[in-house]
Ligand binder design. Structure first.
Ligand SMILES: NC(=O)c1ccc[n+]([C@@H]2O[C@H](COP(=O)([O-])OP(=O)(O)OC[C@H]3O[C@@H](n4cnc5c(N)ncnc54)[C@H](O)[C@@H]3O)[C@@H](O)[C@H]2O)c1
Length: 253
């Protein structure tokens, strides 16, 4: 019997990285999953090995009509949504002087607006079908500042406190919907691989990143997926409005 056997999930950003690995873990543990992403080709490739346990939905998380349609399609295909994982996101490593208003709006619209819309439409759907669990991808950048993370810091800080507001609202209304945030750092996914490739000296950048991490390695998508699995399962039934750091000890000192 899987840890989330019989549950249904909607995972955004499921074509890549943490969203993709989370979907795979969910299927391994007995759930059926609506995988969403705006990258249709990546989504089809990620879904292919998972067979009937998943459906794919083309979805732009910055657009409210797209959210309404995605939730509707997921409920039609799966019968309910018990778990929502807001994993789709984007990065931008620029300081306050370099960040253009266009950069700011793009990062905020994906990371902050997209997660807001997901929580809103997730709660509206889950309260009809007996509750559930929402997991939002913040970052250590939602907890501590970085000199070159102006828009990313702001967007992930927004996700952190949005999560607590959603958790408290759902608790007050007795919806039986929990909402928690996870805060990874340096997880080797296509997002971080692209950042390393764009650096001045990619061959030494990964080594420098690893040297900053007390556990002396980059994280893997699996490290985050396992925490998301716990928060999505009934094992975390008394956990809501909380934040979970997955960073190899980076922010412990
Ligand atoms: N990788 C890390 O080290 C790390 C650290 C902290 C936080 N995070 C967060 O974890 C989440 C997942 O990151 P990842 O590393 O797996 O990245 P990734 O780039 O591998 O995957 C992100 C996915 O989101 C999708 N996406 C982006 N904008 C979208 C939109 N508007 N609509 C629909 N889909 C969209 C992309 O197509 C992609 O498939 C992000 O929110 C990221 O900020 C990652």
């Amino acid at each position: 019997m899987g840890r989330i056997a019989g549950k249904t999930a909607l995972v955004t950003g499921a074509a890549s990285g943490i969203g993709q690995r989370t979907t795979e873990r969910f299927v391994e543990e007995g759930a059926r999953v609506a995988m969403t992403d705006w990258n249709a080709e990546g989504l089809a490739q990620a879904a292919a090995p998972l067979g009937d346990a998943v459906v794919t939905i083309h979805h732009d998380i910055t657009d409210e009509d797209s959210w309404i349609a995605a939730v509707d399609q997921a409920v039609t295909a799966l019968g309910s949504i018990n778990i929502l994982v807001n994993s789709a996101g984007t990065g931008k490593a620029t300081n306050i002087e370099e960040t253009t208003l266009e950069d700011w709006r793009r990062v905020m619209s994906i990371n902050a607006d997209g997660t807001f819309l997901g929580c809103k439409h997730g709660v509206l759907a889950m309260k009809q079908t007996g509750g559930g669990s929402i997991v939002n991808l913040s970052s250590v950048s939602g907890l501590v500042g970085g000199h070159n993370m102006a828009a990313y810091n702001a967007s992930k800080g927004a996700v952190r406190l949005l999560t607590k507001s959603v958790a408290l609202h759902c608790a007050r209304k007795a919806y039986d919907i929990r909402c928690n945030s996870v805060h990874p750092a340096f997880i080797l996914t296509p997002m971080v691989e692209a950042m390393i490739e764009r650096s001045r000296d990619p061959s030494s950048t990964q080594g420098k990143l690893e040297a900053q991490i007390p556990l002396r390695r980059m994280g893997e998508a699996q490290d985050v997926a396992d925490m998301i699995l716990y928060l999505s399962s009934d094992e975390s039934r008394f956990v809501t409005g909380a934040e979970f750091v997955i960073d190899g000890g980076l922010t412990a000192g």
